[in-house]
Write a protein of this length. Structure first.
Lengths: 121, 265
């Protein structure tokens, strides 16, 4: 039997799946809170997302984890989807497209991790 | 399902004046003389009970005996009469001319396969894929005749029965954009058959088959379009088989160091 090369896709597919799940659960709510409710002063008490509150949120262990997961996994999800959509519409940029899509996700992940660690606990 | 149209009565006063004619545009390709496929249009008289396959047979019998296509059972069970009908992969024996009339219909060889002649495609790549999935029960342990038959509960049976319904019509390959982009992709029907054996309680070959599932020709070529399952005339849902095996392959990828048994290199 001919030997086949194992695909590394499970890594990216796993991140894609996790990001997709998170996006489906929290995406619309986050868009509503940060993009509609807060700027227009709807529903939520004034100052819900004030700097001190958000800083405290980012310094909390769970808050930190949430922010990190939302930023990085959303990025991995988007990167995977864009990469495959490019392939589907006939742009087979191969390694270049991989670098551009997954690379952005990787940079976003590293930057958000560094920033979150630097705001302290 | 399209509701059955009331049959045209044969007792009409002028049966001939009711004769309906449909235009069928057929993609023709003669390998010995043609550089590329081209279309030809035929005007085919038909009755409401005539399938697209019968329309094509009418062309062969009355206009051009060299028109080449596959068929056998005429009842959606042999899987040999698949064609692109108005761009959609369908069994021509269960598609009816009346549902397209008065518009012209186009009939082409199944997409994503090399054309051998006219409506006949080269299935050798597909046959190789079917062989590659080891489509037979690989027993968990050697079994002697004295041990008798395998006992299988209805619950165990229900795990795989759906995936046994495949008739190898390859409509799902014609539907799959990823097969079109990468002809090496193992594809929907072969994965459905692989899954059929993996899910069989008598079978122990899942680890052996994992090499293929997890390989670069394997399940991750799929981007979950789902059109394969939509066009499947036997409700096999090959897309489900592919996607369930993404999870299996991911588990194998991350857990293979814990329980090393088979899998790709
Ligand atoms: S899975 Fe369905 S569409 Fe695909 S070959 Fe089998 S019967 Fe045909
Ligand atoms: S002729 Fe057998 S499936 Fe159509």
């Amino acid at each position: 039997m001919k030997t086949r090369k194992r695909s590394n896709a499970p890594i990216f597919w796993g991140l894609f799946g996790a990001g997709g799940m998170l996006a489906a659960l929290f995406g619309p709510m986050l868009v509503f809170i940060t993009g509609v409710a807060i700027p227009l002063g709807l529903l939520l008490p004034a100052g819900t997302m004030s700097y001190p509150k958000m800083l405290a949120f980012a310094q909390n262990f769970i808050g930190k984890g949430f922010i990190f997961a939302v930023i990085s996994l959303f990025l991995w999800h988007a990167a995977h989807r864009i990469f495959h959509s490019l392939h589907e519409i006939g742009i087979h940029a191969g390694f270049g497209a991989k670098l551009l899509t997954y690379g952005v996700a990787l940079i976003g992940t590293v930057v958000s991790a560094v920033v979150l660690l630097r705001v302290g606990f | 399902m399209v509701p059955l149209v009331k049959r045209q009565t044969r007792k009409g006063k002028h049966p001939m004046s009711e004769q309906k004619i449909i235009e069928i545009e057929v993609l023709r390709y003669k390998p010995e003389s043609d550089q590329a496929p081209h279309s030809e249009v035929y005007k085919v008289p038909f009755t409401d009970d005539m399938s697209v396959l019968q329309g094509v047979q009418y062309i062969k019998d009355n206009f051009d005996g060299s028109l080449t296509f596959r068929w056998s059972c005429r009842m959606a069970i042999c899987g040999s009469c698949g064609m692109m009908i108005n761009g959609i992969p369908k069994l021509s024996c269960e598609s009816f001319l009346r549902d397209y009339y008065p518009n012209r219909i186009t009939v082409e060889a199944l997409a994503n396969f090399p054309i051998e002649k006219d409506l006949v495609v080269d299935l050798s790549g597909f046959i190789e894929k079917l062989e590659a999935i080891q489509p037979y029960i690989i027993p968990k342990e050697p079994r002697t005749l004295e041990q008798g038959e395998y006992i299988q509960t209805p619950e165990q049976f229900s795990q795989y029965i759906q995936f046994t319904s495949c008739i190898n019509c390859t409509l799902c390959y014609a539907a799959c954009p990823q097969v079109g982009l990468n002809p090496d992709f193992i594809g929907p029907a072969a994965m459905a058959l692989l899954h059929r054996y993996n899910m069989d309680s008598r079978d122990g070959g899942q680890a052996q088959r994992m090499e293929l599932v997890a390989s670069e020709e394997g399940v991750y070529n799929c981007s979950a379009v789902g059109y394969c399952s939509e066009v499947c005339p036997k409700h096999v849902d090959p897309g489900n088989a592919v996607n369930v095996n993404k999870i299996n392959a991911a588990k194998d990828y991350f857990l293979r160091f814990l329980s090393p048994k088979g899998g790709a290199q």
